[in-house]
Design a protein around this ligand. Structure first.
Ligand code: NAD
Ligand code: UDP
Length: 386
């Protein structure tokens, strides 16, 4: 591999990266990227490794000696500090991060997203190690515009809904709306990391993903996950389509989301890893502001694409409305709209060769056979919005 340079033309030093949560959706794509395109070494930490088995099992691969899996639960394992000490950089992805858990398992959610992340921050700070921590766009909560009457003209003003790292407030619901346990825990760990940077010189970058989607995301209930489990919306809708049942629109599916394809988002993380001088001390939104749909539109698009791909005729009643109480239980609440302001990330990491206005894609499972045979590594079908 020819010597590679960073955005400022300096050659990139080979890193040892302690990646916690490497066995999850984002971790598995980040491992692939780093192994295929760089010479960095990965100490992959997770309780599961099914989603990175293809990277671990084949000892003939060029990268076989550059990834080591450590089956560690970071809640209680003294080996964690040793791994962080061995690494130049720690990336923390470990979390409970499916909305169905936030109001039904709030304690686990808060422990996972705040308490369990504390030692990681502490070990990085005490050992002068760089940290890239995965937070969430959910720390913004609801938009200011959502408090205006439905037909108020200011709702159309970007000042009232675009989410900016430095100027937007974090607006959550009341404590009994336990949906916000996740956002609140993520916000507090962000504040702690920021304070470690300010008071103790911790070199950190915080990433706020805006609905990254793609293969290996979550699970399909009863196939590669618990039958009672509720994954995020892409997997929920895929599950409905594969089972030939109507897609469930929570509270009418009026909430809006911007989606970005995982491989585009991973480009941004790759730039953060290899450009510490530009990324340290920053919080970055990573999403596609130009790719917004309501959940109802998403359901319609997925139904249409699925009918084309599978050859099955679309259901007569393709969607049904369900109340959030019925679907998620007591204490659910929702983010109304999520448009990332991409100014800061573009200023710090965008160049002509790396425009961070990502390709517009949405992914769907290709067909039921492929998917059932190989739930977490199935092929994907990419449809461009435009
Ligand atoms: P994921 O659930 O697929 O991956 C998380 C991984 O962390 C899992 O493999 C899990 O086993 C591991 N993990 C959890 N607790 C652990 C523990 N105690 N010890 C060891 N490993 C543990 O989730 P993901 O979508 O890959 O998300 C990764 C990060 O990005 C999370 O912090 C999440 O909050 C954040 N995020 C993701 C999105 C998105 O669009 N996917 C959006 C917002 C935030
Ligand atoms: N949602 C839905 N039907 C489902 C699953 C989710 O209408 O089967 C909605 C959910 O209420 C939310 C949006 O889809 O408004 C996105 O949910 P997701 O679980 O992907 O997570 P979020 O973007 O809220 O973090």
């Amino acid at each position: 591999m020819a010597s590679r340079v960073d955005l400022d033309g300096n050659s990139i030093k080979t890193l040892t990266i302690c990646m916690i949560g490497a066995g999850g959706f984002i971790g598995s794509h980040l491992c692939e990227k780093l192994l295929e395109e760089t010479l960095h070494k990965i100490l992959a930490v997770d309780v599961y490794n099914d989603k990175i088995k293809h990277l671990l099992e084949n000892s003939n691969q060029l990268w076989a000696d550059r990834i080591q899996f450590h089956r560690i639960n970071i809640k209680h394992d003294s080996r964690l500090e040793g791994l962080i000490k061995m690494a130049d950089l720690t990336i923390n992805l470990a979390a409970i991060c499916t909305p169905a858990d936030y109001n039904t398992r709030p304690l686990d959610t808060i422990y996972s997203n705040f308490i369990d992340a504390l030692p990681v921050v502490k070990y990085c700070s005490e050992n002068n190690k760089r940290l890239i921590h995965f937070s969430t766009c959910e720390v913004y909560g609801k938009t200011i515009g959502s408090f205006l009457p439905k037909d108020h003209p200011l709702r159309q003003d970007p000042e009232f809904y675009v989410l900016n790292e430095e100027t937007s407030p974090c607006i959550f619901g009341s404590i009994e709306k336990q949906r916000w346990s996740y956002a609140c825990a993520k916000q507090l760990i962000e504040r702690l990391i920021y304070a470690e940077g300010a008071e103790n010189g911790l070199e950190f970058t915080i990433v706020r993903p805006f609905n990254w989607i793609g293969p290996r995301m979550d699970f399909i209930p009863g196939v590669d996950g618990p039958s009672e489990g509720v994954p995020r919306v892409l997997a929920c809708f895929s599950n409905n389509l594969l089972r030939g049942e109507p897609l469930k629109l929570v509270d009418g599916g009026q909430s809006q989301r911007t989606f970005v394809y995982i491989k585009d988002a991973i480009e941004a993380v790759h730039l953060m890893i290899e450009n510490p001088a530009r990324a340290n001390g920053h919080i970055f939104n990573v999403g596609n502001p130009n790719n917004e749909v309501t959940v109802k539109q998403l359901a319609e698009m997925m139904s249409e694409v699925y009918a084309k791909v599978s050859g099955e005729t679309a259901l007569e009643v393709p969607t049904v409305d369900v109340s959030s109480k019925e679907f998620y239980g007591e204490g659910y609440d929702d983010s109304d709209k999520r448009i990332p302001d991409m100014t800061i990330i573009n200023r710090q990491l965008g160049t002509c060769s790396h425009p961070l206005t990502f390709a517009i894609c949405i992914v769907l499972f290709q067909n039921i056979e492929t998917w059932l045979l190989c739930p977490s590594t199935f092929a994907i079908f990419i449809v461009l919005f435009q």
